[in-house]
Design a protein around this ligand. Sequence first.
Ligand SMILES: C[S@@+](CC[C@H](N)C(=O)[O-])C[C@H]1O[C@@H](n2cnc3c(N)ncnc32)[C@H](O)[C@@H]1O
Length: 256
Amino acid sequence: MIRDDFAQFIQRVRTLTGIDLTAYKRPQMERRLTSLRNKHGFPDFNSYLSALYANPRLREEFMDRITINVSEFFRNPDRWVDLAAVLRTQTGPVRAWSAACAQGEEPYTLAMVMETEVRRPYNILATDIDPRALAQARQRRFRTQQVQSVPETYRRRYFTQYGDEWELHASLARHVRFERHDLLRDPYPSSLDLIICRNVLIYFTQQAKHRVVSQFVQALKPGGILFVGSTEQFLEAHRYALRPVAPFIYQKVARE
Ligand SMILES: C[S@@+](CC[C@H](N)C(=O)[O-])C[C@H]1O[C@@H](n2cnc3c(N)ncnc32)[C@H](O)[C@@H]1O
């Protein structure tokens, strides 16, 4: 039998980092990690793993390659307009969760939308598997290039510029609480009115995605909203007791 070097590697990575790479689509993950391994000249994953144990810098680089923290304020702006419209049809305080929030662009976007477009009381739990991304999010500091997608009026209202850096106001950030959370192994919060989880389900296997979405539905109150990424719509939403209310936005069906 051919020894599956990569399969053994991801088992051991779980022991080293706690991250279950078997739940991520293998071809992409294997391609990304093989190119990283090759860059350092390791002939196989076994020798690369020994180096990961020995060298914290390599470990950090490895974690960065796994997590892909690419994000953007107001990513797919039309979808945020739709989300605000949906939230305006409801009343009462909003308990929201931004899951896989990267450096905070998504929960901070939501905070701006809640303040200006929705105007309901709210608090946001923002989580990610990557502690380095969360540390950056808590700093509230973004480069000019990163805030370019923030509409001018919001940029003026919610940021202060210091040279090439823009600091998001603490008065907005106080609505957002950052915590580390692994969607594949940690318990989920409950009684939520809104879950935003965008551009991470695409990395998961079908089975893992099913597990995560089922847990999201359980975490939502009846009538609660699930907002996913623009490549992540569900063809069989009704199976999860979800109904589409706008593109990439679903509502948990209330029980009769
Ligand atoms: C491409 S970014 C998406 C960021 C943001 N949601 C957006 O759409 O702009 C993917 C994020 O998922 C996080 N992530 C990957 N696997 C995760 C897991 N198992 N649990 C929680 N977050 C995870 C990564 O650390 C990264 O910040």
